[in-house]
Write a protein that binds this ligand. Structure first.
Ligand code: EPZ
Length: 425
C-alpha cells in the first residue's frame, strides 16, 4: 500500500487546476445506462471511485473507452446484474439502481457496506423507487428489484432523520425520467452535483424542473438519446486546496485555484473569511486566490445539507482550526461519527475533544510529525493538510483512501511548493 511522506514547513504558492467533480461524475456515468446511444463525458477525474463505476458499467455490458479525462460510453445491450465484487468496494455504486430499473424494469445490486464515517442506510433509496412501483427483495446481500406492474409517476418525500439524501435523490430522478406520468421529489437534495446530473439528463431529453431546489418535478418520456457533457468542478477538492492555502499559503501571493465555481464555494469562502483569511474570486467566478490572514481566529461549524456547510469539508477545517488560536467547534449533523481524523491529529499534537457528534478544538501553536493512518477520503486529505504545517516528516499510510477521490493530490501540492514524496510499497 502506498504511503505519503510529508515534510512540513513549506510555503505554498502558484496555481492549481481543480479537477472535475467525483461526486457529480459517479451518478452521471451511471445515467449513461438510460440510453443505448453513445454518451461522452469530459473532465471525469481519474480516481479509483470513477474507475470502479466504469468497471461496473463495463461489467453490465456497456462499451467504455477512456482517454485521460474523457469517457465515451455506449450502453447498447446491458444486464440487470451489477457485479458484487465491484459494487461492494464503493457505496456510490448504488446509483446504478435507478437507471437499471428505468431501462430494464429489473436490477440486482448488492447492499453497500457500512463505512468509517457511519452506517450508510439505503431506506430512502428504496422508499423512492418503491413509491413509483419497484418491488425490492433482499436475497443473499443483494437487493433484487423489479417492477411487476410497471412504473408510474408519484409524489415522494425523501427526507430522512439527517435531512435529504444526495444519491437517493439521484436514484429516484434517474428512475423517473423514463417512468410514465409525473414524479415529484419533495425534500430533494440541492447539492451542485445533483444539479449537474439533472443538466446531463435534460441534455439526454429528460423533462426535469426544479433541480437545485427541495422540489424536483420529472415528466417521464419514452426514450432518451446520447449526449456530451463536461462535469462541474469538484467543490470539495477546491475547498481542500483553499484550506491548504489558508494554512500554509504565501501571505503575499497566496495560492490561485483555476476551474472552480464560485457559487458552489459559498460556505467554504464564508468560513475562511470569518476565520480571518482572504479569498478573492475573478470576475467570471471560475478562479480564486486564497491568502492566509495575519491574525486568524477560531470559528464554529455546523454541517448541513446544501446550501449549508458541507460535511465533506469539516475534516479539512478541523485541521485548520488545530493551528488557529482560540476555540473552534465543529458539529457534523449529517455524519455524527465522522471524526476519525481527530484521533490521528491528536497524535500530531492537536488539542481536540470529540463528543456526541461534535469536536471542540483548542488551537495550538504548532503540530509535530507522527505516523498517522488515513481512514476515510476527507479525513485523509485533512491529515495531509495537518502534515503540511507539522514540524518534521509525517508518514501517512493507507493512501488508497485519498486516491479514491483526489486526482494526483500529491503532484498538485508539490507543484505548489509542498515537500511530499509518495512511497510505493
Ligand atoms: C453523498 O453521499 C456524497 N457521496 C458524500 O460524499 C457526502 O458526504 C454525502 O452525499 C452528504 O453530502 C457521493 O455523492 C458519491 P446522503 P450519499 O444519502 O448520497 C442518511 C465524499 O467524501 N441516509 O446524502 O450516500 C445518511 O446516513 C462522500 O465524497 C439515510 O438515512 O449521502 C446521512 O446521514 C462521503 N437513508 C444522510 O442521510 C438513506 O437511504 C445524508 O446521506 C440514505 C441516506
Amino acid at each position: 500500500m502506498d504511503k505519503l511522506l510529508v515534510r512540513g514547513g513549506s510555503t505554498l504558492k502558484g496555481s492549481v487546476h481543480i479537477s472535475g467533480s467525483k461526486n457529480a461524475s459517479l451518478p452521471i456515468l451511471a445515467a449513461t445506462l438510460l440510453t443505448e446511444e453513445p454518451c461522452i463525458i469530459r473532465r471525469v477525474p481519474d480516481v479509483s471511485d470513477t474507475n470502479y463505476m466504469i468497471q461496473i458499467l463495463a461489467a453490465l455490458g456497456a462499451e467504455v473507452e477512456r482517454s485521460s479525462g474523457t469517457v465515451r460510453i455506449t450502453a447498447g445491450t446491458i444486464s440487470h446484474n451489477a457485479p458484487y465484487e465491484i459494487v461492494r468496494k464503493m457505496r456510490a455504486s448504488i446509483c446504478v439502481m435507478g437507471p437499471l430499473l428505468a431501462r430494464l424494469h429489473k436490477a440486482s445490486v448488492s447492499l453497500p457496506g457500512g463505512c468509517i464515517i457511519g452506517d450508510r442506510p439505503v431506506d430512502l433509496h428504496l422508499k423512492g423507487l418503491e413509491a413509483i412501483g419497484a418491488v425490492i427483495n433482499m436475497e443473499g446481500g443483494n437487493m433484487m428489484i423489479d417492477a411487476p406492474d410497471g412504473l408510474h409517476g408519484k409524489e415522494v418525500d425523501l427526507r430522512g432523520k439527517h435531512g435529504p439524501t444526495v444519491l437517493g435523490t439521484d436514484n429516484l430522478m434517474m428512475a423517473a425520467v423514463l417512468t410514465e406520468g409525473t414524479t415529484i421529489i419533495e425534500s430533494a437534495a440541492c447539492e451542485p452535483e445533483v444539479v449537474d446530473l439533472a443538466n446531463f439528463l435534460i441534455k439526454m431529453g429528460a423533462q426535469i424542473e426544479g433541480a437545485g431546489t427541495r422540489r424536483i418535478k420529472i415528466q417521464g418520456v419514452k426514450k432518451l438519446h446520447g449526449t456530451e457533457h463536461t462535469v462541474t468542478p469538484d467543490r470539495i477538492e477546491a475547498g481542500t486546496f483553499m484550506v491548504a492555502a489558508a494554512m500554509t499559503g504565501c501571505p503575499e501571493h497566496g495560492v490561485t485555484l483555476h476551474r472552480v465555481c464560485q457559487k458552489d464555494l459559498v460556505p467554504t469562502t464564508e468560513k475562511l473569511t470569518e476565520s480571518g483569511h482572504h479569498v478573492q474570486f475573478n470576475e467570471a467566478g471560475n478562479s480564486c486566490t486564497v491568502k492566509p490572514g495575519d491574525s486568524p481566529q477560531g470559528a464554529n461549524i455546523i454541517t448541513a445539507p446544501f446550501p449549508g456547510f458541507p460535511t465533506d469539508m469539516q475534516a479539512q477545517f478541523t485541521a485548520l482550526f488545530a493551528i488557529t488560536p482560540g476555540i473552534s467547534v465543529v458539529e457534523d449533523t449529517i455524519f455524527p461519527q465522522r471524526f476519525m481524523h481527530c484521533a490521528e491529529m491528536t497524535r500530531m499534537g492537536a488539542h481536540i475533544k470529540v463528543d456526541n457528534g461534535t469536536a471542540v478544538i483548542q488551537g495550538s501553536d504548532s503540530m509535530s510529525a507522527a505516523p498517522v493512518m488515513a481512514s476515510d477520503l476527507r479525513a485523509s486529505a485533512a491529515l495531509v493538510l495537518a502534515a503540511l504545517c507539522a514540524e518534521g516528516t509525517t508518514e501517512i499510510n493507507r493512501l488508497y483512501h485519498i486516491d479514491r477521490g483526489y486526482e494526483n493530490i500529491d503532484d498538485k501540492l508539490v507543484m505548489l511548493g509542498a515537500d511530499i514524496e509518495r512511497v510505493r510499497e
